[in-house]
Design a protein around this ligand. Structure first.
Ligand SMILES: Nc1nc2c(ncn2[C@@H]2O[C@H](COP(=O)(O)OP(=O)(O)OP(=O)(O)O)[C@@H](O)[C@H]2O)c(=O)[nH]1
Ligand SMILES: [Mg+2]
Length: 216
């Protein structure tokens, strides 16, 4: 009852308008087989009952990129994530490079059971720097965290790497076997990107008064 009354009376108070809906373009990159496609599908799938144990499925993304959407409510603002899943093989670099442009944020993956995917993070960071606007925020994701017995990359090593890199703003270990880990990572990063945008808007005063919300 008390809660209801509280809500009722707050209706009468002057409220600030929620920020307009906006879209964030996110890019999923990282070495081959790190679990990018599984992660995007898992996160964006509307069916929570889907069986994500896809060990029998050996797929490799090819040059044509996949894009999936997910809508979040962030402090009352409707935020649509447009997540572009890229291929991890070098064959398609020239194609995927085009998709880096205009990214609001980058999700960079390595697999905790694959040292090589971690050792190549510098190469991926160089691609980010070459192909995106200056200081595009990056979230580092250590994937397959359910496979602890096969771990090759210690968490503190990845954390140190993330701390050293100016543009890596977040680091999480995630698993498609535990959707909460992915939900939390994406939510925190999205919240950061929204704040980042409004800060940029205030400082540059370039994006005011557009009809497209805050993001484009
Ligand atoms: N145990 C476990 N397996 C995973 C996880 N994420 C992905 N996999 C498996 O890892 C393999 C590769 O996953 P993909 O999603 O195809 O990897 P990718 O990064 O998209 O690969 P490319 O498109 O070839 O670059 C698949 O067999 C997945 O089932 C995870 O969190 N845990
Ligand atoms: Mg893939």
């Amino acid at each position: 009852m008390a809660g209801r009354e509280g809500r009722k009376s707050s209706k009468n108070r002057p409220t600030t308008n929620p920020a307009p809906p906006c879209t964030l373009k996110l890019l999923m990159i990282g070495n081959i087989h790190t679990g990018k496609s599984s992660l995007v599908r898992n996160y964006c799938s509307k069916d929570s009952e889907t069986d994500y144990n896809t060990s029998e499925i050996e797929t490799h993304s090819i040059g044509l990129l996949d894009c999936m959407d997910k809508t979040l409510d962030i402090n009352g603002q409707e935020v649509t994530l447009e997540i572009w899943d890229t291929a991890g093989t070098e064959t398609y670099d020239s194609i995927t490079a085009n998709y880096y442009r205009g990214a609001d944020g980058v999700c960079l993956t390595y697999s905790i059971i694959d040292n090589k995917s971690f050792d190549l993070l510098n190469v991926w960071m160089s691609r980010v720097h070459e192909n995106t606007r200056l200081h595009t925020p990056v979230m580092l994701l250590g994937t397959k965290s359910d496979l602890e017995e096969g771990r090759e990359v210690e968490k503190h090593r990845a954390q140190s790497y993330a701390n050293e890199q100016e543009d890596i703003r977040y680091f999480f270990e995630v698993s498609i076997k535990n959707k909460d880990t992915i939900d939390q990572a994406m939510f925190e990063f999205s919240k950061f990107l929204i704040r980042n945008h409004s800060h940029e808007d205030q400082t540059s005063q370039v994006k005011t008064n557009t009809n497209q919300g805050c993001c484009h």
